[in-house]
Design a binder for this molecule. Sequence first.
Ligand code: GUN
Ligand code: ZN
Length: 448
Amino acid sequence: MNSTKTVGMKAFRADILHLLGDPGETLNHETSEQIEFIQDGLLVVKDGLVSEVGPADALINTLPADCEITEYPNQLIIPGMIDTHVHYPQSDMIASYGEQLLTWLETYTFPTENQFSDHAHARDVAGFFLNELLRNGTTTALVFGTVHPESVDAFFEEAQQRNLRMIAGKVLMDRNCPEYLQDTPETAYEDSKKLIEKWHGKDRLLYAVTPRFAPTSSNEQLAKAGQLLEEYPDVYMHTHVAENTDEVAWVRELFPESRSYLDVYHQHKLLKPRSVLAHCIHLDDEDKQCMAETGSAAAFCPTSNLFIGSGLFDYEDLNKHDVRVGLGTDVGGGTSFSLLETSSEAYKVTQMLGKKLSAFQALYLATLSGAKALYLDDKIGNFAVGKEADFAVLDFAGTPLIERRISNCKGLHEKLFSLIMLGDDRAISATYVLGELAHEKHNMVNYW
Ligand code: GUN
Ligand code: ZN
């Protein structure tokens, strides 16, 4: 098993791009203070943390003589990407045909999740899932388990072995789902408490109290979730909200006393800093203001929202309301583990609303904005000195088509935009965790 910290100094030489804040709509990195691009840069890592970042010609002579330097000519180092909403148990049912949310859950999701009472099965899927994230340049994720505590143990065991910064939790659901997947308010509370005590803050792992969505929890269970958050104020809250119009209508019937779907969570004291709500498509202005005021974050999951026909997330509007926003793949409702592909779909959703999403905004969403949504921007999200050195190396020759398109590009924005629109796992040369190699594309035979 790897140790948590990696001792020693090492350096990585390539072009380097990271965000220092929201880049806004600019397409010109040279005039933005929020975009740092270093052509032929050096990222210096000490004991797994960023110790310096800057131009290679200025820094290289300052390194100790025995410092190992890894070079990636004509490639681009970016911070490890952050997936703010994903279900690891749904890896095996990704791309299931023909249903929208409520029938999709009944037909495909619940039967698949039933298998996760088996710890060995859960570990097998968790290992596959984490390797898939690493192949796609994702180094942190906020992850749904299933209702079974074993599913969360299995996930954290695999994440701990890979030294990853991961957040996960046991699903709470005590009604409106098959009996074989139901817990109770009491077991939900007791099982979550045990998992928090066991895993929250262990190495790089963090816990999220995870009510599936309002329809599958009773008022009593949501109250227990609120109690857990009061007892453990620095754990996360992770759920879904306002994804699908039938779901919204159902919540109105189930909770007639609430002003809105979001208000169900607010009334149960579930909205606070470190609360992350996936989808947020059918919210009104009062809801958006409530998200901002409570410090809650929205996960923008475009491949899922298109695939299960849910609707269009309005990034510009949520941003205008000062709501924290991250990107989510939402596998298996989502159809890709790649946050590059997810960004490409985010661009298309934004186009459908008659708005734009630049490549710099997309990279911000996939890195620093995700870190802010998770209140982890003191640890990950860019290469500020002292942050954890999780990063991905993007390959501008990742596929023949990307290489050809890039050869026609002028300027950084056009290059990055083409790579994001055309890229997926094949555009990730390598992924590093705490400065240690965790995935390398060219070690795979007949990879593409
Ligand atoms: N709402 C409740 N459960 C789920 C789920 O598993 N996936 C998605 N996309 N939405 C949900
Ligand atoms: Zn989801």
